[in-house]
Design a protein around this ligand. Structure first.
Ligand code: ATP
Ligand code: MG
Ligand code: MG
Ligand code: MG
Length: 438
């Protein structure tokens, strides 16, 4: 992509309305634009990041055996009346009437709808387990939308729903998502810690929030320091094998959100110098809720005993739009964003230091062409901005590599390769620079 033809509305000034660094940087880097309170348009740079996050989430869901579908954003109130949640959900639900004065709503989550789909087709335990997921916009009329896309009213969610014959099966499904989440956040460059969370009326120990530590986080959390360094499950893991030992290795250390925190246990189980008490951002939440929806909505399968059983369900959420902000909270410096390579909007920023200088233009065009041909995502700054301002913009938008090309270097046969994360700069021949990026 040539910057001169792109749409990258960078702001030089720090927007006053933004209270936290990720919100400031997303606005300054031209990633998002607020359209009304808690409702954002995703501009080209932001949208590239969002799609990449979504793709990592999708690949790890698929790897775990979950199956992608797409459910609508609009749902009928009648469906929610079946589960009893239409009245219970309260003001967070955006309620709408269509031209026939039928009550509809903009989905805040999809348990009812996926249960309706399941019960329409699945009859036998032989068809289980199943896990259906989608990545779709949600609306929740948050009391206090804030921090940009961190807590917005319209937001993107990956929500998966598992169906099993019994609780034992549901635990296996739960474990698959637990492990898939560890892998997902690791690939996104985050250390997310699964923490015991409120499990609602069903009880049991099968509800975990995945939390990344950040001073701007809205939750208060408590955990053992060892959790920051536990090894993450590898990609060749067999998801059909026994995942319990992996899950147990994480659950053997104390970790709880504020609602579940037991100070006495925390102090007894965790030596003082290993105690972390911090703030965190909820980036994912997994939940087993048994027959809460299947029983009232009559989603039953025939078991091996020939009897009908309501299915045991779990739901599993990740917020890709919140993640875009959370990753910036975790990875930035005083000059701007520092994207992990896995989700960077472009891998390389090619900086032409002297547009109009024939040799420099020619070298840049050749490099640009070779990077594109090699399938390396490159943003070519071919504008007539000053060098200083080009450097500032590149640092702000946080591409992992900057390839800087100017007449002085070229005279000696070199270009400069800068690593955004470390700040290291190296003079290299064009060929070796390209070999590094290929
Ligand atoms: P929170 O405690 O932050 O309000 P939640 O517990 O209500 O979140 P869940 O119902 O567990 O959220 O939804 C699953 C995931 O969706 C969350 O872990 C989060 O990543 C994302 N999410 C929830 N609400 C929002 C929001 N208002 N804006 C952006 N992402 C959100
Ligand atoms: Mg909420
Ligand atoms: Mg929560
Ligand atoms: Mg939650």
């Amino acid at each position: 992509m040539r910057l001169s033809r792109y749409f990258l509305p960078i702001l030089r000034e720090t927007p006053k309305e933004a209270e936290i660094v990720s919100h400031r940087l997303m606005l300054r880097a031209g990633m998002i634009r607020q359209e009304s309170a808690g409702i954002y348009a995703w501009l080209p740079l932001g949208y590239r990041v969002l799609r990449k996050i979504e793709q990592v989430v999708r690949e790890e869901q698929d790897r775990s055996g979950a199956i992608e579908i797409l459910m609508p954003t609009i749902q009928s109130a009648d469906l929610w009346r079946e589960s009893g949640r239409y009245d219970a959900y309260g003001k967070e639900m955006l309620r709408i009437q269509d031209r026939h004065e039928r009550d509809i709503l903009f989905g805040p989550t999809n348990e009812e709808m996926v249960t309706e789909i399941f019960r329409a087709y699945v009859r036998s335990y032989r068809d289980l387990p199943k896990n259906l997921y989608h990545i779709q916009w949600k609306f929740r009329d948050e009391v206090r939308p804030r921090f940009g896309v961190m807590r917005s009213r319209e937001f993107l969610m990956k929500d998966a729903y598992s169906f099993d014959l019994d609780q034992e099966g549901a635990r296996r499904s739960y474990n698959k998502m637990f492990v898939a989440y560890l892998r997902t956040f690791d690939r996104l460059g985050l250390t997310a810690i699964p923490m015991k969370a409120e499990s609602g009326p069903i009880g049991g120990d099968m509800s975990h929030e995945f939390i990344i530590l950040a001073s701007t986080g809205e939750s208060e959390v408590f955990c053992h320091k060892a959790l920051l360094d536990l090894p993450k499950p590898s990609p060749d893991l067999d998801f059909e094998g026994d995942l319990q030992p992996i899950v147990d290795s994480w659950l053997s250390h104390y970790a709880a959100t504020e609602e579940m925190h037991e100070p006495a246990r925390f102090e007894a189980e965790v030596p003082e110098d290993s105690r972390i008490s911090a703030r965190g951002i909820e980036v994912g939440h997994i939940f087993y809720f048994g027959t809460k929806y299947s029983a009232p909505m009559n989603a039953v399968v025939t078991g091996p005993d020939g009897q009908e059983h309501p299915v045991h369900m779990g739901s599993y959420g990740i917020g890709p739009s919140r993640l875009a902000a959370a990753i910036i909270e975790a990875s930035h410096d005083e000059n701007g964003i520092v994207w992990p390579e896995s989700i960077a909007p472009f891998k390389v920023g090619l900086v032409n230091l002297k547009v109009g200088d024939e040799a420099t233009d020619r070298a840049c065009e050749a490099i640009y062409g070779r990077l594109e041909a090699a399938g390396v995502e490159v943003l070519y700054d071919d504008t007539e901005e000053r060098a200083g301002s080009k450097f500032a913009s590149m640092d702000l938008i946080g591409l992992p590599w900057q390839l800087i090309v100017g007449p002085k270097g070229l005279a000696g046969g070199t270009v400069e390769l800068k690593n955004r994360a470390t700040g290291e700069r190296e003079s290299l021949s064009i060929d070796s620079a390209l070999a590094r990026l290929g």
